[in-house]
Design a protein. Sequence first.
Length: 410
Amino acid sequence: MTRTDDGVGSGISTFIGILETSDDGSIRLDLEQIDALAGGCADGSGNSLDEDSLRHIWISNSPEGTVSKINTETGIEEARYLAGPGAADPSRTSVNLLGDAVVVDRAGGIAKIAATEDRCVDLDTDGKIDTSHGPSDVRKWGEDECVLWHVPLPSGGTTNNQYGPRPVAWEGVGPDDCTKPRVWVGWRDVDNGTFRRLNGETGELLDEVSVAWPGDQWGPYGGATNKAGDFWVVGWKVGPLVRIDGGDLTMDVHEIPAPPNGEQWTYGMALDADGHPWIAGARTVYHFDPSTAQWDFIDVPGASFRGMMIDTEGRGWVANNGSSLLVEIDTLSKTVAHPAVPLAGAAMPVGISIDIEGKIWVVDQGTSTAFKVDPDTYQTLLTATGLNEPYTYSDMTGVGLGLVSFPPTG
């Protein structure tokens, strides 16, 4: 399989795609070689990416205002954190290539959480890190020393935080130091979609842009960055699809046409290895080619799609809460590979992620469970239980970011 970068935006990375084949024949990112590349950071620090820290999935428990850190190898929830002060309403999470996560609070905020204790801060200087060690060990706001920063953001002041922050995405690498990526977040300010780029180390505001947002629909809904550091954002139900250039901050706004079946309803979004946006809708999966500005539509009768993610083999995985199933899309041929992957025990699949081993994670809001699924056999390998109506649609593991940052080359 040969992939090429879409060439959109100003490049900040010259890394090449690196893959390895595991003993079971699956293809995944070769983290040891990525470590070696990261050792040549622009600041000469020799810092590298941590393989162990990319072995977690970060899932929001929206009703209780927390986010869970779950080991993707064992299914064990290793920590649970408050997502913000007061009545937090967390949803999307994003994980950088060092494993650190941010979680957005639709009630108004974004917080960064360290993946490993060596990156946490001993605030009370007692010689140890005070942090959560499991789902029943949630520290009071301001007392967990692995919550590194929090930035208040507007909620939009609407019912159910309708305009509050949702799209969030790290850059693959920073422009000056590959261990210090920046992070994008967006929300709606009445008539505009507003987007900020923050310093990933401190949360400090670096850039802010806005664009007119249509009608009285919900605000910007999902986001992801490509290899060049451009931020792609999609709006709920009717779009639009927006690209913010990571260099000069100019914006391209693309209207999303109604699909041939007439059921327009945009929801989840992911980027493939070429940086092309894919959008999950009502019974349609949309593909946008940035080089031609052309749309493709894949019809899946009876579907009601939510989250979507794409793996290294070009398989698109979509949560279908219409019938409690997982749908597989061949993004290379733009066809339906499997219209109804069994997912026994699920009730309302909403979010999709892919772990570092290439396994599929399905977040099921209805049963408060996350399922780990083999992409070849469709077997459920394990379940992570004890969540609280989890509601996350984004790149919960960082592997989606890894796909566009280190795309397959052959």
